[in-house]
Write a protein that binds this ligand. Structure first.
Ligand SMILES: [Zn+2]
Length: 527
């Protein structure tokens, strides 16, 4: 039987410690629902004693029903000067009404004596009292041993005594935390074995857990070392978001443990939703999905070189470590000047377009444009439009006749951008004008103003990212900006590109493809 692992997500607490991330209560509830839906076993919602937002989250969570997950509230052991009964932090934890309480305590003598400024014995009592307080109130208690690995190096005996104290008081799980993120895999293995032996000698059988950070780029490796040494509970965040260099990333951890080592983490059908989960959480925390993220990134199974692409066409596994569908990802053939006709045909086939006869012309067009600084690798939307426009019966849904953009600096720090466009749709001309936050935004608004009454399906499309690169690959000419636009509608995303010596023209090309692509696909469905 494959050993069962308990997955504990702390995206909503440790994850939000990442610089620049702030989640509303609504966001936190929605993320928690996603995690519950995925089959994650524990969801740490926050620290109710630390801020009113977290307290509000727990108020709402207590009245909701959860399918698979247990909600956990996080907080520290009682203050050295307080009894549990009148410790404000303990009371706030109690008030969160969660089935699980995760108590963080000091396990390193350095922190006990120099940060907490209390005695070793008092710290042990604080752990025992706090754990016992919640066990007596029928809560499942998870004990997080802060700075476990650093403490273990300084004074292993004391650090182990804190773990034994928590387990004796009734903690169901004792979690060894690499709070500073500097541990190494072999040391983690050795420590987990030692903890297991010490607990067994004391006739205690809590689940052993692991909580790691990525400061040495080893968070996943360290967690895996702990799990293969016998730990059964693992804490991390989705996409590894967290303070400094991040927390342990649950996504590759789950994939590695389940697909490579056969542990039981999630049902198979849920595993197929890992990519979706990763992208959805990235959206909620307002970060662009990392295209190169292992397992779930857009490029994780992308093949660019002509030989690789040819090989995977013959035998899919020849250049990939797993079948991408197992984690809900897909193999992609990347189009670039490096690639041959084969790639172009395969990409077109994947889009359901038959380009027999025009392959050579399309490839030539790609080569010419790439020579001028365009790049289609990261712009599949523009590649698709290039193919569609090469089809003999293609009809453009609209045509831009001309546009004017004015940027007016009215006062220091205050600029107004206005755009005027002239468009033709089916022989009829439309003139519109709009203001925007910048020239590209004004242009986008003016074009949509003209198109929306005719194509209401454009309403849900948003531009989610706009990037400019200076292309210096072809020397001797002026630097050319290359603009990449990423658009979204529902959970669909597409990237488009434009390149020109004029940044507005480059932006226009990218914008044009961004708006025409959904119309072209829509027209195809209708016909
Ligand atoms: Zn942490």
């Amino acid at each position: 039987m494959a050993p069962k692992l308990w997955l504990y997500d702390t995206t909503l607490r440790d994850g939000t410690q990442r610089e620049g991330i702030s989640l509303s209560v609504e966001d936190k509830i929605r993320i928690a629902q996603l995690l519950d839906d995925m089959g994650i076993h524990y969801i740490e919602g926050g620290w109710p004693g630390s801020n009113p937002k977290d307290a509000e989250f727990f108020r709402r969570a207590a009245d909701m029903s959860w399918r698979t997950a247990k909600i956990a509230a996080f907080g520290s052991t009682r203050n050295a000067k307080n009894r549990c009964e009148d410790d404000p932090n303990i009371l706030a934890l109690d008030a969160a009404r969660t089935p699980v309480i995760t108590l963080v305590g000091k396990s390193s003598v350095l922190h006990v004596e120099q940060v907490l400024e209390t005695t070793r014995a008092e710290n042990i009592r604080m752990i025992q009292d706090s754990v016992a307080y919640f066990v007596a109130r029928n809560r499942e208690v998870i004990y997080d041993a802060e700075h476990f690995f650093d403490g273990y190096l300084l004074d292993a005996e004391y650090t182990l005594a804190t773990i034994v104290a928590a387990a004796t008081a009734g903690a169901s799980t004792v979690v060894l935390c690499d709070t500073n993120g500097g541990a190494l895999p072999d040391a983690v293995t050795a420590a987990v074995r030692h903890v297991t032996a010490v607990l067994a000698a004391a006739q205690l059988q809590p689940v052993i857990g692991i909580h790691t950070h990525n400061d040495g780029a080893l968070a996943v490796a360290n967690a895996m070392s702990a799990l293969t040494a016998g730990a059964r509970h693992v804490q991390g965040t989705i996409n590894g978001i967290g303070e400094r260099c991040g927390n342990m990333d649950l996504i590759p951890l789950i994939a590695n443990m389940q697909l490579k080592l056969g542990y039981d983490c999630l049902p198979e059908y849920q595993l197929k939703r890992l990519s979706e989960l990763s992208h959805a959480v990235a959206n909620f925390v307002n970060l662009n999905p990392d295209h190169h993220a292992p397992y779930v990134g857009r490029s994780a199974f992308a093949h660019k070189g002509g030989i690789h692409a040819q090989a995977v066409a013959k035998f899919a596994d020849s250049y990939q470590h797993i079948d991408p569908e197992l984690v809900g990802n897909e193999m992609r053939i990347v189009v670039s000047e490096l690639s041959g006709r084969n790639n172009v045909r395969m990409r077109a086939e994947a889009l359901g377009l038959d380009i027999a006869g025009s392959e050579r012309a399309i490839l030539q067009r790609i080569k010419d444009l790439e020579q001028q600084g365009w790049q289609f690798e990261a712009a599949e939307g523009s590649f698709e439009m290039l193919i569609r426009r090469a089809m003999p019966d293609y009809q453009s849904p609209f045509e831009l006749l001309d546009f004017t953009v004015i940027v007016n600096a009215v006062a220091e720090g205050s600029m107004i951008s206005k755009a005027m466009v002239k468009l033709a749709v089916g022989g009829q001309e439309f003139h519109t004008a709009a203001e925007g936050d910048g020239p590209v935004n004004a242009l986008d608004r003016a074009i949509r103003k003209a198109l929306l009454p005719i194509y209401p399906q454009l309403a849900g499309i948003t531009l989610v990212d706009y990037k400019v690169r200076i292309v210096d690959e072809h020397l001797g000419t002026a630097a050319r900006p290359r603009v990449l636009i990423e658009s979204a509608q529902g959970d669909q995303r597409w990237s488009t590109v434009g390149c020109s010596e004029n940044i507005l023209e480059a932006s226009w090309y990218a914008l044009w493809d961004a708006l025409e692509l959904p119309l072209a696909r829509y027209a195809e469905k209708v016909l």
